[in-house]
Design a protein around this ligand. Structure first.
Ligand code: NAD
Ligand code: ZN
Length: 369
């Protein structure tokens, strides 16, 4: 009877370390929603089949990014596919691949990231700005993502994860890590300079603190509450500013950094905090926009903007090289994932905590529970 539930791919490719092609079930557990803000259903859905250019990944763990919450709520001026399986920090094992795939073998570790695929022939793809491709296909947004046990990804964009890597620990690197690593590179800072991380103890922030340290920067973090301060300090952060307590945030940050940070990485979900970063940044400093709260506008007072000659830069995930480099920092032990693992079925609870700003570091879901 078991056989009726299972299917084995009939075109096994070169198989590394496996005696036979992995058995792939016909159905699997997933969290799916049918309308934005609608019920998050934990149920059985069909296992997708990889297209010729795709790999099928048996997702073991997936990080939960605030973007997944925005996608479910429908916060952004870009429609999601519906029904939708969210998730874009999926780490797992390749169990099948399409006929055109050359860069992955069955049994390899692979990551499902936000940029699931891009056209690879437009002006942006040509120059390595693949996330800016007008035909970008997004995991957990326009393409069913990693909150399921089996997910497909364009093999060209899927992340390479070294064999033997802890798949729960590496999962947040696939979006949060890559994004903050790229944002820090985009700020063009030099070792010894100050960087402020606004939203320093959240998923992106807790990784940004560590990448910044590894790049030789001095790190000031802004977030709210004693627990967040404790996490920030444990990750190597130098100065913490508690936005729930500090009355004059601009002055406090400028005093602590002898005139303002040289760069600011905005990973908070607070529009006011984003605008404020244009005030406390040091003259000639770089304000990097990463967090994407709904309907947010970054206000910068023009006189000061000009006289201080500051720059405001948007930074959107990273390309394939950024992904490889961000994973390499992780593999070398320079960056650790502050994660809490729960079952996939508990995703709605994680969203609740995230909405309330109560998450320390990153939640990761185990797709087997
Ligand atoms: P998160 O919820 O884990 O972290 C957000 C943090 O901001 C929390 O720790 C919260 O306490 C803190 N915060 C709230 N108000 C603040 C304030 N006034 N000042 C300072 N900190 C404040 O979220 P996350 O998963 O780290 O994602 C953060 C944002 O980044 C989301 O909007 C997400 O969509 C976005 N994002 C952007 C990209 C990109 O490519 N640009 C990639 C991934 C995520
Ligand atoms: Zn993300």
């Amino acid at each position: 009877m078991l056989r009726t539930n299972l299917r084995t791919f009939t075109r096994p490719q070169f198989i590394r370390g496996l005696a036979s092609a992995p058995t792939i079930p016909k159905s699997q557990k997933a969290i799916i929603f049918y309308e934005n803000g609608g019920e998050l259903q934990y149920k059985d859905i069909p296992v997708p089949e990889p297209k010729p250019n795709e790999i099928l990944v048996n997702v073991k763990y997936s990080g939960v990014c605030h973007t997944d919450l925005h996608a479910w709520k429908g916060d952004w001026p870009l429609a999601t596919k519906l029904p939708l399986v969210g998730g874009h920090e999926g780490a797992g094992i390749v169990v099948a691949k399409g006929s055109e795939v050359k860069n992955f073998e069955i049994g390899d570790y692979a990551g499902i990231k936000w940029l699931n695929g891009s056209c690879m022939s437009c002006e942006y793809c040509e120059k390595g700005f693949e996330s800016n491709c007008p035909h970008a296909d997004l995991s957990g947004y326009t393409h069913d993502g990693s909150f399921q046990q089996y997910a497909t990804a364009d093999a060209v964009q899927a992340a390479k994860i070294p064999q033997g890597t802890d798949l729960a620990d590496v999962s947040p690197i696939l979006c949060a890590g890559v994004t903050v690593y790229k944002a820090l590179k985009s700020a063009h800072l030099e070792p010894g300079q100050w960087v402020a991380i606004s939203g320093a103890a959240g998923g992106l922030g807790s990784l940004a603190v560590q990448y910044a340290k590894a790049m030789g920067l001095r790190v000031l973090g802004i977030d709210g509450g004693a627990e967040k301060e404790k996490l920030f300090k444990s990750l190597g952060g130098e100065v913490f500013i508690d936005f729930t307590k500090e009355k004059n945030i601009v002055e406090a940050i400028q005093n602590a950094t002898n005139g303002g940070p040289h760069g600011v990485i905005n990973v908070s979900v607070a529009p006011a905090a984003i605008s404020q970063s244009t005030e406390y940044v040091r003259p000639t400093g770089k304000v990097v926009l990463v967090g994407l709260p709904a309907d947010a506008v970054c206000k910068s007072e023009v006189f000061s903007h000009v006289v201080k000659s500051i720059s405001i830069i948007g930074s959107y995930v990273g390309n394939r090289a950024d992904t490889r480099e961000a994973i390499d920092f992780f593999s070398r032990g320079l960056v650790k994932s502050p994660i809490k693992v729960v079952g996939l079925s508990e995703l709605p609870k994680v969203y609740e905590l995230m909405e309330q700003g109560k998450i320390l570091g990153r939640y990761v879901v185990d797709t087997s529970k």
